[in-house]
Design a protein around this ligand. Structure first.
Ligand code: SAM
Length: 291
């Protein structure tokens, strides 16, 4: 059965009286090559565990199951669960969990699967994400320290562009710095909106986020690093002297010497700062605050 074929999707919808939910971001892939690009891009090994976010009717799930030892797919929509039992019935290495990914403890799942001996390799996260929660999903995985090697996911092109942006432009922001702090970022595919049912308003892209074993900068206090990023981009048109005032309770008069110590011109703006420069500022804020 060609699960990705529009006619199959239509038959499944009719047989199960299933209505696609816009609010759950249900835009299903109808192009085999896009499915293959995601699975190939994720670099899945035969011994790996694949965690899929939002399997829908199982197009990516089935393709991943052929390439790895075990797939755990997390789907919030309970109406899709009987559909997935049907579409994935020929695979014995797939577990579907009817749960909200934002409330799912992925490390617990990974530990349980490893303890059960269902995989012996790495952990790859994949998905065609529900676009309304792209950022919380990615940041949740990274901030909670999920024990995965990589996250290969489809998202709106605009969000992908922001995540991979380099300093110096309008699209470089807090999400660029945060994700690049945790991961190396590469684009695996550009995907036009025509390949989805229903067709979204915008194009998409697949990014591969390889989680770094070692962070690119040394921080005294990671929390202050993220406070600086939030403050700097929260008022991105202001100079750093102004936007950073208030960080960790520091006044404008405190921020001046902090920026001096970090060797950063106070009239610069957050969008010009590299991760290393944010780290230098954050470490000086920490040192100054501890005096
Ligand atoms: N993987 C399928 C495909 O590519 O055709 C479906 C992708 S569709 C863009 C997003 C999927 O995520 C839907 O199946 C939707 O029900 C599911 N979803 C939405 N919010 C979710 C959440 N909070 N937790 C888990 N799954 C969610």
């Amino acid at each position: 059965m060609k699960l990705y074929a529009p006619s199959t999707i239509q038959q499944i919808r009719e047989r199960h009286n299933f209505q696609l939910s816009k609010s759950l971001g249900q835009n299903f892939i109808t192009d085999k090559s896009v499915i293959e690009r995601i699975v190939e891009g994720a670099d899945i090994g035969a011994d790996d565990l694949v965690i899929e976010i939002g399997p829908g009717i199982g197009v990516l799930t089935a393709e991943a199951a052929k390439a790895c030892a075990r797939v755990v797919a997390i789907e919030i929509d309970k109406k899709l669960i009987p559909i997935l039992s049907e579409t994935l019935q020929e695979y014995d290495n797939i577990r579907v969990i009817n749960q909200d990914i934002l409330k799912t403890d992925l490390n617990e799942i990974i530990d349980a699967e490893r303890d059960a001996g269902s995989f012996a390799g790495g952990v790859k996260i994949i998905g065609n994400l529900p676009y309304y929660i792209t950022t919380p999903i990615i940041m949740g995985i990274l901030e909670k320290g999920v024990a995965a090697d990589s996250i290969t996911i489809m998202m709106q092109k605009e969000v992908a562009d922001r995540i991979k942006a380099k300093p110096g432009g309008k699209i470089y922001g807090a999400i660029s710095v945060a994700v690049q702090y945790y991961c190396t970022v590469t684009q695996v595919a550009s995907v036009p909106k025509e390949v989805f049912i229903p067709r979204p308003k915008v194009d998409s892209a697949v990014l591969k986020l390889c989680i770094r074993e070692k962070r690119p900068v040394e921080l005294i206090d990671e929390r202050i690093f993220f406070s600086c990023i939030k403050a700097g981009f929260g008022q991105r048109r202001k100079t750093l002297l102004n936007s950073l005032t208030g960080v960790n309770g520091l006044s404008r008069d405190d921020i001046k010497p902090v920026l001096g110590q970090a060797d950063i011109d106070p009239v610069r703006r957050a969008e010009t700062l590299s991760i290393e420069e944010f780290a230098a500022i954050a470490n000086e804020v920490t040192i100054y605050s501890r005096r």
